[in-house]
Design a binder for this molecule. Structure first.
Ligand code: AMP
Ligand code: MG
Length: 420
């Protein structure tokens, strides 16, 4: 890979591309170990093992309807006016036994949804198409073979690989695990994530704002994002803009799998994060990305630990988290699918851009099965409101400087699950 650190460090303005940055980050990830947990705790966790079925589901042929188990041939030509009459010889409930129960020519057995199909029967006619009287049932329709009939193993066969190592478990997956009688399951451990805010100007939520202070917003958005991607966040507090304060807090952070800090990475006089990295032997991999917003962005590693120095402004904090930190967290947990889907949408409104991978906050709607997207207002990096109003990011590539209303743009569906 042609990203020599010396070259980057040598040229003060060198910025890696978004793709390069993502690659460098993912190449630095060593997935974590595994643990066994109860399946009821396993939602959104990532499987450490393939799940291969050792049973058939359903285990035997069963009925998909409440009705009568019959021989299809017996109903040939049956209509409402000219029903066929069959002798009812018994009943089978869901969970009931079929021992000693058999359907032979001219007979039927009452059967409930989920009950096993008795010997001899090859079809089920639903109650609505029948009428039972004095031990006989009138069948009002010509019924095909295997009507309302569920075959053994049609849901899952023996040896089917139903879930794969690297899948992030969703509700249906947890249900499938239950159906296969998994009580516990092996999943990757969750990364521990330290969150650090930097800046003399920051006040906690609940504190009275002094002149010149602003709220510490980033710690909250990041905490929420880390939880969303199944990391274990730990907020370490606000570091003042002094080398001493920053070093103290970063020293505490060294035991976590991932350290995310915000602010202090641009060219200001009090932007000390990079200096702290060097001091603590955290190897800086790059310090600028050609992305807007969020150009100053330091990524470092030490042993297997990852250090993300995100920009201070609340929007690039979040958009850079989505582009760079989120995939790393998912990879740490062994997830194979880490891409947010990108689809085309018709732009409603104009966009002026600069020569950077430009992320514009937008709100997409779907009309007549087509995507449309409207930018959500003020796009300054400090305006988190327009991010809160957004449900996607419009991706304007580096070589495009203007997009007009009605043209197609790519949008990243940030609220959608990851795809492979
Ligand atoms: P910096 O890179 O530290 O100069 O920060 C860039 C901008 O982001 C400044 O206007 C900061 O006040 C703002 N900022 C930094 N950290 C936070 C934070 N935790 N919450 C909200 N705004 C922040
Ligand atoms: Mg600052």
């Amino acid at each position: 890979m042609f990203i020599a650190r010396d070259l980057i460090m040598g040229n003060k303005n060198f910025a890696v591309s978004v793709e390069e940055a993502q690659k460098i980050i993912l190449d630095s990830v060593r997935p974590l170990d595994y643990e066994s947990i109860s399946i009821i705790e396993a939602s959104r966790r990532v499987l450490y093992e393939d799940i291969v079925s050792d049973i058939m589901i359903p285990p035997m042929d069963d009925s998909a309807m409440d009705g009568y188990a019959i021989i299809a041939d017996d109903t040939k030509g049956a209509t409402k006016e000219k029903p066929v009459s069959l002798k009812v010889t018994g009943e089978i409930q869901a969970g009931g036994s079929i021992v000693g129960k058999k359907v032979s020519k001219g007979t039927a057995i009452r059967i409930m949804t989920g009950a096993p199909i008795p010997e001899g029967a090859d079809s089920v006619v639903r109650f609505e198409d029948t009428k039972e009287e004095a031990g006989y049932v009138k069948i009002f329709c010509d019924t095909a073979k295997y009507n309302n009939y569920r075959f053994a193993g049609e849901n899952i066969k023996k040896e089917d690989r139903v879930l794969c190592k690297g899948d992030r478990l969703r509700s249906a997956d947890i249900g499938v695990l239950a159906s296969l009688n998994y009580d516990t399951v092996r999943v990757y451990k969750q990364p521990t994530v330290a969150i650090i805010s930097t800046g003399d100007e920051l006040a906690r939520v609940g504190e009275t704002l002094q002149a010149g202070q602003i709220r510490n917003v980033n710690a909250y958005t990041l905490y929420s994002e880390v939880k969303r991607y199944s990391g274990i966040p730990d907020y370490l507090g606000i570091a003042k803009d002094t080398l001493k304060d920053m070093k103290e807090i970063f020293l505490k952070a060294l035991k976590y799998d991932v350290v995310i800090s915000t602010g202090g990475v641009s060219a200001g006089r009090y932007d000390f994060v990079k200096e702290i990295y060097s001091d603590l032997n955290i190897e800086i991999q790059f310090e600028r990305v050609n992305i807007k917003p969020g150009r100053p962005f330091v990524f470092g590693k030490k042993d297997n630990k990852l250090f993300f120095g995100l920009p201070g402004n609340p929007v690039p904090t979040l958009t850079s988290f989505i582009q760079f930190v989120r995939p790393a967290l998912l990879r740490l947990m062994g997830a194979t699918r880490i891409q947010k889907p990108i689809v085309n949408a018709f732009l409603e409104g104009d966009i002026r851009s600069i020569r950077a991978y430009h992320l514009v906050r937008g709100y997409f709607t779907v009309k007549n099965n087509e995507f449309y997207v409207l930018p959500t207002g003020n796009q300054k990096p400090s305006v988190l409101r327009s991010m809160s109003d957004a449900n996607c990011l419009i991706v304007v590539p580096e070589d495009v400087t203007k997009v007009k209303a009605g043209e197609k743009v790519a949008i990243q569906l940030i609220d959608h699950d990851e795809i492979g």
